[in-house]
Design a protein around this ligand. Structure first.
Ligand code: ZN
Length: 149
């Protein structure tokens, strides 16, 4: 049986304590909101796209350690990537945290793989994927609030 404490590895603790890209971005960056009612995680994601690439990305919000660390890791991972690469990364990440990822998926996730342990805790999967759902709606320019449902 997995121990919940194993989920809170050093990488997650570090990103929760010192989140990367944790600030607002001025216009013309777009803003998308994410909310996970199950845990109470909320986040605002700021996205600046240029030539089909994520030129800059940042977030603000409050929530549990998993949601915050995941948003921090995500912003670091997708900054500078093309929209297509970011969406592909989301698909891989989603497969891994849902327990459906391949060994190859896991290896290609880099530091995002530190969240793979949430697959053992279904309620936590929503915390870890909230920021990605919010990114997804931001990339599609939907001015709606993303939920983890
Ligand atoms: Zn949470």
């Amino acid at each position: 049986m997995s121990d919940l404490r194993e989920l809170y590895q050093e990488v997650i603790l570090d990103h929760n304590k010192s989140p990367r890209n944790f600030h607002a971005l001025p216009a013309p960056a777009s803003k998308s909101e994410g909310y996970n009612p199950l845990c109470g995680d909320r986040l605002n994601l700021y996205l600046l796209l240029e030539d089909g690439c994520v030129k800059d990305i940042a977030f603000e919000g409050s929530g549990c350690a998993i949601s915050k660390a995941s948003a921090s890791l995500m912003t670091a991972a997708v900054k500078g990537k093309s929209v297509r690469e970011a969406e592909a990364l989301f698909e891989k990440f989603h497969r891994v945290v849902s327990g459906k990822g391949s060994e190859e998926d896991l290896k290609s996730l880099g530091s995002l793989a530190s969240l793979a342990g949430v697959s053992e805790f279904p309620a936590r999967v929503k915390c870890a994927t909230l920021c990605w759902h919010t990114l997804h709606s931001g990339l599609e320019h939907k001015n709606t609030t993303a939920t983890s449902e």
